[in-house]
Design a binder for this molecule. Sequence first.
Ligand code: ADP
Ligand code: MG
Length: 296
Amino acid sequence: GIDTLFDLEKLAVLGHGNGGTVYKVRHRHTSSLYALKVLKFDEDAIAVRQQAAREAEILKRVDSQFVVKCHGVFDNGLGDPECVGCDLCFVMEYMEAGSLHDVLSIHRRLTERAISGIGRRVLEGLHYLHGMQIVHRDIKPSNLLINNRGEIKIADFGVSRVVAGKLEPANSSMGTSAYMSPERLDPERWNGHYSDGFAGDVWSLGLVVLECHVGHFPLISPGQKPDWATLMCAICFGEKMEMPETASPEFRSFMRRCLEKDWRMRGTVTELLSHPFVTKESSSATEELVGYALEG
Ligand code: ADP
Ligand code: MG
């Protein structure tokens, strides 16, 4: 691990997000590159602080090749003298090509082979997390990172949580996202059958792979202004989504299993890991992802 933040030299800003900034940093002695996520809180932002503490707890627990690795957590709240000017810092594995959101903004549409590789790796990551009783809850292109070896990994545990009992309604503390499942957005609809949240991650993955194929967020026509009420209706009450004719039958079948509106009928991570769309040989998928990563 990293012993001291003073050994890290800031090189560039990689991203901004909810309450934090992610920097590209270099270790002064080893020259290794890392991503440093720095979270700052206002005195009164207790909810934000709690959220960050949850992210730290989860990052300390996870260790998988399908999840962005965390090499150290520095926490001012614990009186950590290293953590000057920040409240919470994560030293993370550096993912050179940035997020899938970045890749999509350059390439727009990805090949089906590359998408199957993404689907496979995200499912492996979810399988690992769900096995640890962790629901990610914010699977979307900007939280899937890619490195120069074409490896996709799950990042950003800001709104994740360890499962204990019922699903909380989506409006509790973390706002809403267009990739949220029908049962997250409208939990009362299922006559008291609350989802534990695992199925919601599968829904989000379905939207991500569909987006990689059509080249824009699938529930809004390109150029159309996103209107939250319309979007929410489309997610919760709309007809079954039509799968694009341009996708192969296997790919369409995979997306249909992910995007089943009734979470009780939706494909599970275990089921989908043996779906023909993701069980084809994966080396060519990785090659294509390397291509996208390096061209970025
Ligand atoms: P937030 O909670 O603010 O969304 P994220 O952890 O998702 O924070 O990081 C925000 C952005 O910073 C990402 O979308 C990505 O572009 C960039 N980023 C985050 N972590 C890394 C990393 N390990 N390597 C490279 N880029 C990263
Ligand atoms: Mg994020």
